[in-house]
Design a protein around this ligand. Sequence first.
Ligand SMILES: NC(=O)c1ccc[n+]([C@@H]2O[C@H](COP(=O)([O-])OP(=O)(O)OC[C@H]3O[C@@H](n4cnc5c(N)ncnc54)[C@H](O)[C@@H]3O)[C@@H](O)[C@H]2O)c1
Ligand SMILES: [Fe+2]
Length: 381
Amino acid sequence: MRPFSFNPGPKLISGEGSAAQLADVLPEGPCLFVTDHDVVGFGLTDASRVALGEGGREIILFDSVEADPSKETLLAAVDLGRRHDVTQVVGFGGGSPMDVAKLAAYLLGSDDDLDSIWGVGLAKGQHLPLALVPTTAGTGSEATPVAVITCEGGEKRGVNSSALIADWAALDASLTLGMPRSLTAATGIDAIVHAVEAYTSARLKNPISDMYAREALRLLSANLIKACEEPTDLAARSAMLLGAHLAGLAFSNAPVAGVHALAYPLGGIHHLPHGLSNALMLRVVLQHNAEAARDHYAELAPILAPECEGQGSQAKCATLIDRLDRMVVDSGLAPRLRDHGIPQEDVPMLAREAMKQQRLLINNPCPIEEEDARRLYEAAW
Ligand SMILES: NC(=O)c1ccc[n+]([C@@H]2O[C@H](COP(=O)([O-])OP(=O)(O)OC[C@H]3O[C@@H](n4cnc5c(N)ncnc54)[C@H](O)[C@@H]3O)[C@@H](O)[C@H]2O)c1
Ligand SMILES: [Fe+2]
């Protein structure tokens, strides 16, 4: 076995009402509460905000996080927190509010400059006490050391550092019951891609990330379509939320790769939702990787298709790709770039942009050069 290290995630509380229980573990003093308008409008934050405020804690609400949050949004959240001398940060919502909360807690706690910490391992300071509550299942951002921000020209930039890992996460599946089908599908496929890419991550995959990735894939693949078709099925929603969290723990340690690298320009430039962008690039990137990652894909295939257990690795690998592709279609997502208004002429530009994601591309089981990326976007179009 090659040597490895494994970073555990935050302390976890789960179950209905667990977001309100954060009031018991967070410190006193003003709390920067980072979320978005819709999450507030749906009433999802009510119980948690009441509980946090009960002990006299002032809630400083920042509810203007947009999907694929921008640098300006992040800096506005930091500024609000600084003006109120906050002692802690709560991130409540999908990956977008959670990512803003993570970086806000770090920038407020460390006084570092944002532009000095992009990339891997450069944020080395302290964050303010931080708790995260996911309402999608999901990015797994509540588990990870990663935060993604959309910068100038639509480029998505990431900070990846253990200094961003939250102190607490609360998993309450009842918060995800109201997700519409398209959001359930997109965020669920995102989580599935996290599990698959962690399992084939070229440099840092290890026995513990593998264990989390496999269990995540089992929970997610068995429950995604159920959650899409029966949105109020709490058992399916709970399995999805736990699966997304476990996938987050897996890719925290064994980072994601080519699917995410090629998905990012679709989100950054064309503003497609993150999970949808991943869904659109999934099949073509897995096919590109099939030779290099054949044994790993073959190991995962029986999780989705137990009947392929006795087959050879090539057949199993083809089965995995086929089942995942079918899951995208069954979830109701339109599976091609052209279905989402992406002009075919954009392919060269998308390929050029994807090459900026070297942080992710180095984790792919085989190289993806600009020429490959062009071919893959064409195939996905
Ligand atoms: N930090 C990480 O490890 C990591 C991993 C993957 C993705 N991301 C980032 O996360 C972001 C995407 O996050 P996301 O996919 O969770 O979506 P999101 O946070 O961008 O939210 C999308 C929409 O869903 C709505 N929403 C959220 N919860 C809801 C609920 N329970 N019911 C109804 N509507 C709800 C929001 O109001 C918003 O309109 C991207 O910026 C992506 O880059 C981060
Ligand atoms: Fe993702």
